[in-house]
Design a protein around this ligand. Structure first.
Ligand SMILES: Nc1ncnc2c1ncn2[C@@H]1O[C@H](COP(=O)(O)O)[C@@H](O)[C@H]1OP(=O)(O)O
Ligand SMILES: [Mg+2]
Ligand SMILES: [Mg+2]
Ligand SMILES: [Mg+2]
Length: 319
């Protein structure tokens, strides 16, 4: 990937650019698995947390590709350390190594030319933590709800999300999937931000992990409409694209790999994501994986603090 090795381009931009390429080619794995009809579902236990061969193979592929170009990164992936791209069970799913000419055809050539602040320009590889969710929305994936599925690659530095890449392998926009990136304070690409309508509060929440406490929290907000959908990435896109005003999950269950990339994209378009009490998540490598304070995300233009206040004024949520 000659252009990505150029020392003229800051590491941060080379990493974001490479991540968009890798996420995009990982989408072919999910599509191949669906075509084969063999999902090889494993129950990871603890409620509703299935894993398929697509989760394993995408994780292995993304980790291998990132490590090839950026060996000093810390990568924390949902499916753990044990999956390897050399595994004969899914060798057939791993995309062939692209030739240099293909790699030079960047999806977002503009990324390498972005003007970035000094604090991003000075980022060192060894200080970056990648939070990887190879397949988000796996429950929906196993039931054929393919539009809810995304691959999420969050890039964190100093405990905060500095960039996020979201790939929809089964986007209705394109048969090759859709890739989106966001860099807070700098820009975003691959989608268009649309402000949601105001006055009629539309709340999006889980479709497959609900419980009475989640329903009670939504009730506090007196929604005009509730949209139940799968995947943290998918629901964050609802906020980016004007479908919903807020995304609420008043429960434990979400992990840092579910939120890092969506949070970066949402911030890049002017939205906000915190736990239910308005506290920011921390994405250092030694942090707890769980987002045990639940999730509150608001679309651009929404008053995030208003939502926090409703929860503080309501019955204690006790997640
Ligand atoms: N109780 C849970 N256990 C494991 N993962 C969960 C749980 N609740 C939510 N998640 C993860 O958060 C995502 C968003 O939740 P939901 O789809 O219910 O809104 C899920 O797709 C799932 O990610 P994944 O599919 O990557 O395991
Ligand atoms: Mg999972
Ligand atoms: Mg997930
Ligand atoms: Mg996942």
């Amino acid at each position: 990937m000659p252009v990505l090795q150029s020392k003229d381009v800051p590491l941060f931009l080379r990493l974001v650019s490479a991540t968009t390429q890798i996420a995009s080619s990982a989408g072919s794995i999910a599509r191949k698995v669906v075509k084969s009809g063999e999902l090889d579902i494993v129950d990871k236990g603890g409620g509703n947390d299935p894993q398929t061969i697509a989760d394993r193979a995408i994780q292995a592929y993304v980790v291998q590709m990132l490590r090839q170009s950026f060996p000093k990164l810390t990568v924390i992936g949902e499916e753990g350390e044990s999956v390897s791209a050399e595994n004969e069970l899914f060798e057939h799913l791993i995309p062939p190594s692209p030739s240099n000419s293909v790699l030079d055809k960047l999806i977002f050539p503009q990324i390498l030319k972005l003007k970035i602040p000094d604090k991003l320009r000075g980022i060192k590889e060894e200080d970056v933590v990648i939070w990887l969710d190879p397949l988000d929305g796996t429950t929906e994936f196993t039931k054929g709800g393919l539009g809810h599925v995304t691959t999420l690659i969050g890039i964190a530095h100093g405990g905060i999300p500095v960039a996020g890449v979201i790939h929809e392998p089964f986007s209705y926009h394109s048969g090759d999937g859709r890739t989106i990136y966001g860099i807070p304070g700098v820009g975003y690409g691959g989608c268009q931000m649309v402000l949601p309508q105001t006055g009629k509060r539309i709340i999006t929440t889980t479709q497959s992990h609900s419980n009475p406490r989640i329903e009670a929290a939504i009730g506090i907000l007196k929604p005009y409409r509730v949209i139940r959908a799968g995947g943290a990435g998918h629901k964050a896109l609802y906020l980016v694209e004007g479908v919903a005003n807020a995304y609420v999950f008043a429960s434990k269950g979400l992990k840092k790999w579910d939120t890092c990339a969506p949070e970066a994209l949402l911030q890049a378009v002017g939205g906000k994501m915190t736990d239910l009490s308005g506290q920011a998540y921390s994405y250092n490598k030694n942090d707890e994986y769980g987002n045990d304070g639940g999730l509150l995300a608001t679309a651009p233009g929404e008053d995030h603090e208003w939502y926090v206040k409703q929860f503080l004024g309501g019955a204690p949520l006790n997640l």
